[in-house]
Design a protein around this ligand. Structure first.
Ligand SMILES: [Mg+2]
Length: 370
């Protein structure tokens, strides 16, 4: 038996080093929800969720309010009963997946701390060193190619290339990058963030077949599942869904339609680890491989994701480089991530990450206790 004595709800404002452009928007800062769940023993479970207006439909302001409503619901409950707690949250207020993600990660962190185990051990996983891709935002072909060259020189093994501003420009970007890196073993993944229509996508993917593209992520608008199925049947390049799939129900529909080769799991869409395990299970049953990606998580959310990956062999592609967006690292502990994309776990109980004390001190927060 355990009891939730206090919940800290924090709005973490993180400036970017430089603006990051994708087909949906340009980002120059991020505001994340951090929750810290305190139990009666003084243990604290920590979780992060990234509200993304264009994907999850949550704004930082609405997410901060929603997180406080959930906190009031959860005070006094047993945080080890994760299914019950998350189920009650869903019945109390639907949607808000990024906010529920912050709670979910905090519950699993707390459970692993109670068990004095790293989270990946609790989940039945095996420790592995991972190689994350590095993501290149939309820019001119020349600038993107130069960024790609530097990454590959540093040892990066996979690049995720943002596209989606138009057929000719997008093709030139990929041509310039493949020529600049001059390393056939390096994987190139595209992400169009819903920017193309069906014919444009087919045209572009046919034109890119000689550049050895591993997969193209979310070529069509999120709602166009029929189009995705037709595109997959005719495309010479594998297709991944991102914005089209949040939860296990979406994964089931995509699998039943035969619409995708890959699914991008993001904890902010699945509302955390519990939902991610279900999406992965449905995908695995349908022969669909998964990527673990993110919105713009700090090392707190990324650390939780890495522990999950180590317990899910079907998650085979890793897009974990979002902490490099930020001018400062607000997190203490957690996984280590080097600029060449190598990610290493440590053996701290839980996922191992928390806010640094000075970030906890200066961030906007509400403390809810009995
Ligand atoms: Mg994506």
């Amino acid at each position: 038996m355990s009891i939730i004595k206090q919940i800290d709800v924090i709005l973490l404002a993180l400036p970017f080093v430089q603006p990051f452009k994708i087909a949906l928007t340009v980002m120059d800062h991020a505001e994340h929800i951090i929750v810290r769940i305190h139990d009666e023993q003084g243990l604290i479970g920590v979780g992060e969720g990234v509200p993304a207006r264009f994907v999850t439909g949550e704004a930082p302001e609405t997410a901060f309010e929603a997180a406080q409503l959930y906190a009031k619901l959860l005070l006094g409950k047993n945080p080890l009963e994760i299914e019950t707690c998350l189920g009650e949250m869903e019945r109390f207020m639907l949607k808000n997946p990024a906010v529920r993600c912050a709670y979910d990660l905090a519950f699993y962190d707390l459970l692993a701390k109670r068990a004095a185990l790293p989270l990946y051990v609790l989940l039945g996983g095996t420790k592995r060193v991972l190689h994350s891709n590095r993501t290149i935002g939309i820019n001119s072909p020349e600038v993107m190619a130069e960024t790609a060259r530097k990454h590959v020189e540093a040892g990066v093994q996979a690049l995720k290339v943002k596209v989606g501003t138009g057929r000719d420009e997008d093709i030139r970007r990929v041509q310039a990058i493949r020529r600049a890196i001059n390393a056939p073993g390096v994987k190139i993944r595209l992400d169009a963030n819903q920017a193309w229509d069906e014919m444009t996508a087919l045209n572009i993917l046919n034109a890119l077949v000689e550049y050895d593209i591993e997969v193209c992520e979310q070529p069509l608008p999120y709602w166009n599942i029929d189009g995705l199925k037709r595109l997959r049947e005719r495309s010479p390049i594998a297709i991944m869904a991102d914005e089209s799939i949040f939860d296990a129900h979406d994964a089931f529909r995509l699998a039943a339609a035969g619409a995708v080769d890959f699914i991008n799991i993001k904890l902010a869409k699945t509302a955390g680890i519990r939902g991610a395990l279900k999406v992965n299970a449905v995908s695995e049953a349908a022969g669909i491989k998964c990527m673990l990606g993110g919105m713009s998580e700090s090392l707190i959310g990324v650390s939780a994701g890495v522990h999950l990956i180590c317990a899910c062999p079907n998650i085979q592609l890793y897009d974990l480089d979002s902490p490099f967006h930020f001018a400062e690292n607000p997190a203490a502990g957690g996984v280590s991530l080097t600029s060449n994309g190598v990610v290493t776990l440590n053996e701290t109980p839980g996922h191992g990450a928390d806010l640094k004390p000075d970030w906890l001190e200066r961030s906007k927060k509400v403390i809810i206790r009995e």
